[in-house]
Design a protein around this ligand. Structure first.
Ligand SMILES: [Zn+2]
Ligand SMILES: [Zn+2]
Length: 338
């Protein structure tokens, strides 16, 4: 099979390697669509602690089961499936406390290699986080199962109600998925980002207000009467934006820090603001099987429509191009079709 290897930041190689064989409890999937993700872009540009190099990469995908290993139940060759690339171990201390996204083994048992013709889904993922793709979803749309699960996880437990005010900072795929989900919950949403083309997409997707960061402070006055937002979602992974996020939330409000910053970076917050204004700052990482299930329901019911987030299609051979375009701020997500 053909597979894309990230050999070092900025360098990808297509190699012909033997297709993997599914062992007991595993399935071999022929990939029909994979998506570029912010994590892949970071790895492509400067390397990433969770993506070893040289190695396969790509983790958002859907496809068709080609072969099943011994003992697989519930799936058969020919099944069209949507999957994520991790699942918790269910035995560690965090899993025992139902903190499945924080499972001690979740990251070292993940699968990478969606930018390839085939991928093997191991038993622990197959048992927990793989769904049959409904015919109403294209393979590209079905590949949103993973990024949407992350966003579902970030909003879980927040009780966003109709009419609540929400600010989303960042118009990348994650910011826009936040927008779709917040609108579904009936919130009034303002979104801010640097690229006007992406802001226009946000408007098209239902944002009540769009603004460039330079006009953000003035627009908070208009949007919330100067009170500040009930919820602020940081979706850029930039240290300055993490720090500024606290300035946009109302007293008693919540700031969700979604975008991962570079390792070792530090932020400073005004203790007076956090204490006397009772601000909640919440970090977000990954997702649980319940989030994946919710993501599956949102996609398959049509409640969340992700098609407008797909900016183009590329073959494995041309995989450099979508990453170069993303690094220039062009497009949202690209589909890689093997
Ligand atoms: Zn992703
Ligand atoms: Zn665990």
């Amino acid at each position: 099979m053909k597979a894309v290897y990230l050999t070092q930041p900025g360098t990808v190689e297509i190699k012909a390697v033997p297709a993997p064989k599914p062992a007991t409890g595993e399935v071999l999937v022929r990939i029909k669509a994979a998506l570029t993700c912010g994590t892949d872009l970071k790895a492509f540009l400067r390397g990433h602690p969770l993506i070893p190099m040289p190695g396969l990469f790509g983790h958002e995908f859907s496809g068709v089961i080609e072969e099943t290993g011994k003992g697989v139940r519930g799936f058969k060759p020919g099944d069209e499936v949507m999957s994520v690339h991790t699942a918790p171990c269910r035995v560690c201390r965090y899993c025992a406390n139902k903190l499945y996204n924080l499972c001690e083994n979740i990251m070292n048992t993940k699968i990478l290699g969606a930018f390839a013709e085939h991928i093997v889904i191991p038993r622990h993922i197959l048992k927990q986080n793989v769904y049959l793709k409904p015919p109403c979803l294209s393979f590209e749309e079905a590949a949103f199962l993973e990024p949407l699960a992350c966003v579902v996880h970030g909003m879980r437990g927040l009780d966003i109600k109709k009419g609540d005010s929400v600010l989303i900072i960042g118009t990348g795929p994650i910011g826009l998925l936040h927008l779709l989900l917040a609108k579904l919950k009936g919130a009034r949403v303002m979104i801010t980002g640097l690229e006007s083309a992406r802001l226009e997409i946000a408007r098209h997707l239902g944002a009540d207000l769009i603004t460039l960061p330079s006009l953000l402070v003035d627009n908070i006055e208009t949007a919330t009467g100067g009170m500040g937002f009930d919820y602020v979602f940081e979706c850029t992974g930039q240290v300055e934006v993490w720090e500024n996020s606290i300035n946009y939330v109302r007293r008693g409000g919540t700031v969700i820090l979604f975008g991962g910053c570079k390792q070792g970076t530090v932020v400073t917050y005004d203790t007076y603001r956090i204490h006397y204004d009772e601000i909640t700052l919440k970090g977000i990482f990954h997702f649980t099987p319940a989030d994946v299930k919710e993501s599956y329901k949102l996609l398959s019911s049509g409640a969340i429509k992700v098609k407008p987030l797909i900016s183009g299609r590329y073959s494995l051979e041309n995989i450099r191009e979508p990453f170069e375009r993303l690094s220039r701020g062009e497009g949202i997500k690209y589909a890689i079709i093997p």
